[in-house]
Design a protein around this ligand. Structure first.
Ligand code: AMP
Length: 441
């Protein structure tokens, strides 16, 4: 079975590895030479992921049987529609259904119209005068969000990224002038306080099958400081929940996602693919921060290595609209840490050599997933994006975290990684903080 995999990041390396475990032959399309994907593939097409006609005709020439789409940009550009029209069963939503990620206002309106739980208060603006009136009248802390794709870097939170009304107005003006996120319009949401968690699920258009919860770390620096990034690393626990998430939170979050999938079906734009819900556990239950219409990166690297069953079979069933009632995962904890160039998040330093001792990383029991590195003359160098990730997998979080650290010791060069991800004392602080929030103190 030949599978076209679109994307060249850590997420796609994990997808490729899971497909290879079930015997698939990989045809990879990526903008960069990901050495991990390159080695695992039968053939590779290097090029822009939005060159959809070129990708479809390459897939035809190669005799692909199935397509799996990693990133959001080609989905926004209609790659799933084009590949399905060309006869390839595809894991990934249509352009219309991708709006759950590509248009934040679409999602909020859908939730409002269908009375889907987990909706924070929100407002939309396309004129400065209306936003000025809102800011001057408002006495709540809020968050400013461009509507479209910004690589996870467009949202600004009161108290974190700005702290005065003047700064809020300046960012609103900047979004309108520069059309950040693709349009001269933006959302404002009440600021939610709590702990974030990620719930990913397989969806065939009608039914939704959950994966273990994970927690990402979007901020660039330890202690959740610094600018937002594409994600610095993530962890998941052996019971597939998180220490600060109750079963009730989990069920309510899953209900939000199920009702969203029902609403998409009802409006004749069924969602097919991987749905990711980013939630905030609050004193008032879980609230939806955003949807992604694909595996998250890094959280894909927490769930795919512990998938028990046959991923290829699952992908075919997803594409056919026929998911199984449940999908099993090993009861293991995982800790994923990204190696990024120094200065990542503001001024990333490209061109630094990285020495990766793959054999030793394997020996300590960790997974290695490449993302964006440049190979020159037999050596690897950083680019301005995340370089590679290591994932520790073990019976509990503490052991998984220490394996991830052992693995990092086998990467040499000038790089940065958030060492606090998955550390027991850091997770314990999150549990304590969440307890205080629930108690309302
Ligand atoms: P998003 O791209 O919408 O997930 O936002 C990126 C990050 O901004 C989230 O992971 C949160 O850390 C933060 N964020 C987004 N919306 C809110 C909100 N309503 N309240 C507090 N923080 C938020």
């Amino acid at each position: 079975m030949k599978v076209l995999v679109v994307g060249g990041g850590g997420r796609e390396h994990a997808v490729v590895e899971a497909l290879r475990r079930s015997g698939a032959e990989i045809l990879a399309v990526m903008p960069n030479q990901n050495p991990g994907i390159r080695r695992a593939s039968k053939d590779v097409l290097i090029g822009e992921l939005t060159a959809i006609d070129r990708i479809a005709s390459w897939a035809k020439g190669q005799g692909a049987d199935l397509a799996v789409i990693g990133p959001e940009l080609p989905l926004e550009n209609g790659i799933a529609d084009a590949l399905e029209a060309a006869g390839f069963p595809t894991v990934g939503p249509s352009r219309e259904a991708s709006q759950l990620e590509t248009n934040k206002e679409f999602t909020r309106e859908l939730m409002r119209q269908h009375r889907i739980p987990g909706l924070p208060q929100f407002w939309a603006f396309d004129r400065m005068s209306a936003f000025e009136a809102f800011v001057n009248d408002s006495d709540v802390e809020f968050v400013i969000k461009p509507l479209g794709l910004t690589g996870g870097k467009g949202v600004r939170v009161w108290g974190d990224h700005f702290s005065t009304k003047a700064e809020a107005l300046a960012y609103g003006r900047e979004i309108l002038e520069k059309q950040i996120g693709g349009t001269a319009r933006f959302l404002v949401e009440e600021k939610l306080v709590g702990e974030e968690f990620s719930l990913q699920a397989f969806c065939d258009g009608r039914s939704l099958v959950p994966m273990p919860l994970a927690q990402d770390h979007k901020r660039a620096y330890e202690g959740d400081k610094g600018p937002n990034t594409g994600g610095m690393g993530s962890y998941s626990d052996a019971d597939h929940l998180l220490p600060f998430v109750t079963r009730d939170d989990y069920e309510r979050a899953f209900e939000t996602m199920t009702k969203t999938v029902d609403a998409m079906f009802a409006r004749d734009t069924p969602f097919k693919g991987i749905l990711y819900g980013g939630f905030m556990a609050t004193c008032d239950g879980p609230k939806l921060l955003e949807y992604n219409v694909r595996f998250a990166d890094p959280e894909s690297m927490n769930v795919l290595p512990i998938l028990e069953g046959d991923f290829l079979d699952l992908c075919m069933r997803l594409a056919d609209g026929n998911t199984p009632a449940n999908v099993k995962f090993y009861r293991k904890a995982t800790v994923c840490k990204y190696v990024v160039p120094m200065g990542y998040g503001s001024h990333p330093k490209a061109g630094e050599q990285l020495k990766v001792d793959e054999e030793s990383i394997r020996r300590v029991g960790a997974k290695l997933y490449y993302a964006s590195v440049e190979a020159k003359g037999g050596h690897l160098y950083t680019t301005t994006s995340r370089s590679l990730a290591v994932v520790g997998i073990a019976a509990d979080l503490e052991a998984a975290e220490s394996i991830s650290e052992e693995a990092l010791a086998f990467v040499a060069g000038s790089f940065y990684a958030r060492r606090d991800i998955g550390k027991s004392e850091v997770v314990a602080r999150k549990v304590e903080r969440m307890q205080k929030i629930r108690e309302g103190s």
